[in-house]
Design a protein around this ligand. Structure first.
Ligand SMILES: [Zn+2]
Length: 332
């Protein structure tokens, strides 16, 4: 599992200042790098927090990155696939199957059955090691299926949790095989190349790139040299981004635009590039249907959720060169 967990790239929302296992900080080859994202927020919760005690739980697979329980997604239900060997607090988390089901229920409020075929695995994990609240990565080399992970230890704040799920779903929506062609290399790609494959001309991410990134791409690449430069890049182009975090890269941008599109009560009235990115999503019937689905579940009568754009605790941070791009290779 370690190999699997680390060798494929993940998109992670990092909420503490820890280094990612296996990350190379010096990746300069933009086209070949992956998009792990480390958010430099320091919430003071950077120690390992070992609790000790307890009996080793579940199966025989070692937990190396905080893995607790892996489920297969079967339509409406999740089915136990792996219980990792864990102890202490993680064993308590593992035994709290009811909580796993609650997290799955909230995930289903965001991911409708029409899109659950993209998501064949659901991981409950402890985010302390990776410092992440959620992540996705592809479970098929053609990008047709994905795993979503949710950090059970960071899931207590419902608004944060739901925002995280929406953001992660935004990645699956924009990086799956209807959007990208994984068989086309960066050299042969005439459109935006996010790392996993070549984006199709009419894909959401290619349209977003054309609108808000293409003309500043070399400036953005130069800004990868330092955190100061990246912050200056953001300051210079603030009206292009819905949050600071969106300026991390086009992949994070589109996940943040999607989350803003979903959580904002109506269409933006202005004409900034950030607003035009949101309006791009209103032009896509699939995304409008998803927005309606999520909003009726989260803001309808049966739920009381208070989610506003940019309210997410990580929204005001920006990924940095040294922590945003990890050389987790073995791309396929
Ligand atoms: Zn993300």
């Amino acid at each position: 599992m370690k190999t699997r967990f680390l060798s494929r790239w993940m998109i992670a929302i990092i909420i503490v200042s820890v280094s990612f296992y296996g990350c190379s900080n010096q990746d300069e080859d933009f086209d070949s790098i992956t998009n792990n994202v480390v958010d430099p927020v320091d919430n003071g919760n950077t120690n390992g927090g070992t609790t000790g005690g307890g009996t080793a739980g579940g199966g025989t697979q070692a937990s190396t990155q905080g893995e607790i329980t892996l489920y297969s997604v079967l339509g409406e239900a999740i089915q136990l696939q792996v219980n990792y060997q864990v102890t202490g607090q993680d064993l308590t988390y593992q035994n709290d199957v009811a909580r796993h089901q609650e997290l799955w229920g909230q995930t289903k409020d965001v991911v409708p059955s029409s899109h659950r075929n993209y998501m064949n695995e659901f991981m409950i994990y402890n985010g302390e090691i990776t410092g992440s609240a959620g992540y996705v990565y592809e479970t098929a080399s053609d990008l047709s299926t994905w795993q979503m992970g949710l950090a059970i230890n960071y899931a207590d704040d419902q608004n944060e949790l739901l925002y995280t799920i929406i953001h992660e779903f935004g990645h699956i929506l924009t990086l799956n095989n209807t959007q990208l062609d994984a068989s086309v290399s960066s050299g042969a790609c005439g459109n935006y190349f996010p790392g996993e494959g070549c984006s199709k001309a009419a894909s959401f991410i290619n349209k977003l790139y054309d609108l808000g990134w293409a003309d500043i791409w070399s400036e953005y690449q130069q800004a990868q040299g330092s955190e100061t430069a990246l912050q200056a890049f953001y300051n210079q182009h603030q009206d292009r981004f819905v949050t600071n975090y969106a300026a991390t890269n086009p992949g994070e941008d589109i996940a943040e635009v999607f989350a803003t599109f979903v959580t904002m009560s109506g269409q933006p009235a202005g004409n900034t590039i950030a607003e035009r990115k949101i309006l791009l999503m209103y032009d896509e019937p699939e995304l409008v249907t998803l927005r309606d689905y999520i909003r009726s579940n989260l803001f309808g009568n049966r739920k009381s959720v208070s989610l506003t754009p940019g309210s997410w605790s990580r929204a005001n941070t920006i990924g940095t060169h040294t922590s945003s791009y990890c050389g987790v290779t073995n791309r396929h």
